[in-house]
Ligand binder design. Structure first.
Ligand code: TMP
Length: 208
């Protein structure tokens, strides 16, 4: 596999979207073919699973299994083929979100999530992003940003305490594999956040 896989993470309200779009444009300007995608989602089946996960009541294990089922379809149908074509894959959330939301937020068993990660992303090599850009924002700041947002889904509707747990989950993933992550202080102006994103991508040698 020869392409490059980059994921974007952070609690709801951390402000990933505009930067993913800008980064995509920066890569296209360099002549790269970019596959922009998201999780849960990215295929017709995974998008249907996304609608269920974001809207239907379910227990934590069902939720964890559904996000991994969506991921499996996404990897098989979209991510691995795009990497095999030497493309750049920009994915709005990946498995760190499962550890953060289902593991941290819902308190679902961390070791079991690791087993599912091995099953779903395994093969000759374990599929992981080359770089994960983590938009790190205090949950209180994110909560203030989200109050004006659209009708909240099952996650956005959670109290701030839930997002404290999610943030702790991201912190745990970061601590276990720090060299994969670029931790960006998202509590800055969008312009400064963008400069930090760009610097992180350049430091990895992915943009000149
Ligand atoms: P989004 O709004 O950034 O597209 O993310 C959808 C929601 O799904 C967000 O609240 C985080 C949540 N989520 C999980 O709970 N587990 C996962 O594995 C993923 C990828 C997302």
């Amino acid at each position: 596999m020869s392409g490059t896989f980059i994921s974007f993470e952070g609690i709801d309200g951390a402000g990933k979207s505009t930067h993913i779009e800008a980064l995509s444009a920066a890569f296209v300007a360099q002549g790269r073919v970019v596959t922009r995608t998201r999780e849960p989602g990215g295929t017709p089946l995974a998008e249907r699973l996304r609608t269920m996960v974001l809207n239907d009541a379910m227990d934590p294990m069902t939720e964890a299994l559904l996000v991994f089922a969506a991921r499996r379809d996404h990897i098989v149908q979209v991510i691995r083929p795009a990497l095999a074509r030497d493309e750049l894959v920009l994915c709005d959330r990946f498995t760190d979100a499962t550890f953060a939301y289902q593991g941290g937020g819902r308190g679902f068993d961390w070791a079991l999530l690791s087993t599912l990660e091995q099953w779903v992303q395994g093969g000759d090599t374990l599929l992981q992003p080359a770089l994960t850009i983590w938009f790190d924002l205090p949950p209180a700041v994110a909560a203030a940003r989200l109050t004006s947002a659209r009708v909240p889904d099952r996650f956005e509707a959670q109290p701030q305490a839930f997002f404290e747990q999610v943030a702790a989950g991201y912190g745990r993933r970061f601590a276990a594999d720090a060299q994969r992550f670029a931790r960006i202080d998202a509590n800055q102006t969008p312009e400064q956040v963008w400069l930090d994103v760009l610097a992180a991508v350049r430091q990895k040698g992915l943009l000149p």
